[in-house]
Write a protein that binds this ligand. Structure first.
Ligand SMILES: NC(=O)c1ccc[n+]([C@@H]2O[C@H](COP(=O)([O-])OP(=O)(O)OC[C@H]3O[C@@H](n4cnc5c(N)ncnc54)[C@H](OP(=O)(O)O)[C@@H]3O)[C@@H](O)[C@H]2O)c1
Length: 254
């Protein structure tokens, strides 16, 4: 078994790498920071006796993305599990005329997911087995600007891909976590002091649930009963209430 994980050096991606290496899976890790990639790869290889390859790449750069897609689709040393975890928070206003940051976010969190999932889907379908895990967010059911729009796309796209691959032996699982302790919030300069401690989850149990759901062939994975309940609340609540809660969440970051 070999898994390729984008964003495999930090947060959820690193937790996938730890969990899969502990299960004896060989890995290919993708991220921009080459030094950190080698450090994480060395630690996992030493701890679990697995082979960990590194593929430094900025997924917003066409040539880098093409190299990663080629590795995903390669028939030599096939990839059995693709995890698209690379991502970050975005909270520029939608009306901000400088769209470069939002374009970058679409490139990394939508376009790269489209290209890599397509490459994995084709290669896995030809072999008759494989798994794809894409990381969306509970924010995909809220209206928190560009980030919600991106994660909404990831969720809908992944569910469509699961439908397209139904019956081929290839499963697609889209994970929709709530707030998880990672580098995400610090990197995006998101103030977290107002977020109650009880809503936070640690990356390792979140990833254990996602891997379990993926093994069961579940298409949508929401780790944690609290977040499952919040998802049901968001589904049952009037849209006007979801809009109001979303506005309050966005205001809390301004
Ligand atoms: N943490 C949460 O509360 C939470 C909740 C729901 C969903 N999510 C989603 O979970 C995913 C993982 O986030 P995280 O919380 O684990 O954040 P994190 O700890 O900041 O990890 C982000 C990872 O993505 C990589 N990355 C970022 N930009 C990249 C690029 N342009 N090209 C290649 N790799 C890139 C980073 O490595 P380099 O910097 O070296 O490139 C790092 O390995 C994201 O898609 C995020 O939207 C997070």
């Amino acid at each position: 078994m070999r898994a390729l994980i984008t964003g495999g050096t930090s947060g959820l991606g690193a937790a996938f790498a730890r969990a899969l290496a502990a299960q004896g899976s060989d890995l290919v890790l993708v991220a921009r920071d080459e030094e950190r990639l080698h450090a994480v790869a060395g630690e996992l290889a030493a701890a679990h006796g697995v082979t960990v390859d590194v593929l430094p790449a900025d997924l917003s750069v066409a040539a880098d993305l093409a190299r990663v897609a080629e590795r995903v689709e390669s028939a030599d040393d096939p990839i059995d599990l693709l995890v698209n975890s690379a991502g970050f928070g975005v909270h520029r206003k939608l009306l901000d005329p400088d769209v470069a940051g939002r374009r970058y976010a679409i490139d990394v969190m939508c376009y790269a997911v489209l290209v890599l999932s397509g490459a994995a889907g084709r290669a896995m379908r030809a072999r008759g087995h494989g798994r794809i895990i894409n990381i969306s967010s509970i924010a995909s059911w809220t209206l928190q600007g560009h980030y919600s729009a991106i994660k909404g796309w990831v969720r809908t796209y992944s569910e469509c891909l699961a439908n397209e691959l139904r019956g081929t032996g290839v499963t697609v699982t889209v994970a929709c976590p709530g707030w998880v302790h990672t580098e995400f919030h610090e990197r995006a300069h998101i103030r977290t002091s107002a977020i109650p401690a009880w809503v936070w989850q640690d990356a390792d149990p979140v990833v254990a649930t996602i891997l379990d759901d993926a093994a069961k062939g579940r298409i949508v994975s929401i780790p944690g009963w609290g977040w499952k309940a919040i998802r049901i609340g968001l589904k049952l609540a009037p849209t006007s209430a979801v809009r109001a809660v979303s506005r309050a969440l966005v205001r809390s970051r301004d």
